[in-house]
Design a protein around this ligand. Structure first.
Ligand code: NAI
Length: 258
């Protein structure tokens, strides 16, 4: 990586959910653009695999075990990233779960078990807020930074049988706007990315069950790749996005345009 000019040269970046899918692809993209990467996941071995992939491409990274539903672990995660690289310039709050991971696939809004509702919101919305609080606390000490939160097209519209997920992702879009307004004066930019259907372990089941229908509903006629989300996140974290805050970046192959 030395000798090339990257969009994030000399920056340190934290990624949650970095052990798989969009998080792993973004951690790799951050590193390719010259950032030091703190790769966090609730599964340490998965984060370690991401670190190994970054090192194999000549980058520098550390793996951190962190469950975003645990306040102490989140605090320790940010502290570990800062300890490793001397600061925190960029953060990608991406860890999330889908309805099928709480046995709620296809469950109608009024029939959702309270435990499923709570779990979806705890990981997908409160988890983002917990991370953001500690990231902002560090960034304000440094005089600024850039944060990207993973929402979804489900943060912009309803999807059938996915109420808890839809509510959490709408919450991420709202949190992104609220926090962007609150922390703009501290030189912290906060944006959201809204992926459409992306090929990751999370969507394996829906691809099997109704992949053709999803593809037919997507203007570009295919699932997206995690690397295509990473492109947007890298740009949002870079100086090139210096006037962008409080926005949602839809990267969905035209899904929400139809
Ligand atoms: P994935 O399942 O491949 O990866 C998610 C990662 O998050 C896993 O490594 C998992 O261990 C980690 N994770 C889950 N719960 C966690 C917790 N409590 N604490 C820490 N880490 C945790 O999923 P994918 O597809 O990469 O999703 C990433 C994000 O993108 C999620 O927020 C998801 O809701 C969102 N998204 C995904 C879309 C897709 O089509 N794949 C579409 C729109 C949004």
């Amino acid at each position: 990586m030395s000798g090339t000019k990257g969009m994030l040269d000399g920056k340190s970046a934290l990624v949650t959910g970095a052990g798989s899918g969009i998080g792993r692809a973004t951690a790799l993209a951050f590193a390719r653009e010259g950032a030091w990467v703190a790769a966090a996941d609730q599964t340490l071995e998965a984060a370690q695999k991401t670190v190994a992939a970054i090192e194999a491409q000549g980058g520098q990274a550390v793996a951190i075990a962190c469950d975003v539903t645990d306040e102490e672990q989140v605090q320790a995660m940010v502290a570990a990233a800062v300890a490793a690289f001397g600061g925190l310039d960029c953060a990608f709050n991406n860890a999330g779960i889908a309805p099928h991971q709480v046995n709620a696939t296809g469950v109608l809004a009024a029939d959702l078990a309270e435990a499923s509702w709570q779990r979806l919101l705890d990981v997908n919305l409160t988890g983002v807020w917990r991370c953001l609080r500690h990231e902002v606390a560090q960034m304000r000490k440094q005089g600024g930074g850039a944060i990207v939160n993973t929402a979804s097209v489900a943060g912009l519209r309803g999807l059938p049988g996915a109420a808890g997920y839809v509510v959490g992702k709408h919450g991420v879009v709202g949190l992104t706007k609220a926090a962007a307004v609150d922390h703009a004066a501290e030189n912290i930019r906060i944006n959201a990315v809204c992926p459409g259907y992306i090929e990751t372990p999370m969507t394996e089941e829906s691809k099997r069950r109704r992949g053709d229908a999803i593809i037919a509903r997507t203007a570009l006629g295919r699932f997206g790749m995690p690397e295509e989300i990473a492109e947007a996140v890298v740009w949002l974290c870079s100086e090139r996005a210096s006037f962008v805050t409080g926005s949602n970046w839809t990267v969905d192959g035209g899904y929400s345009a139809l």
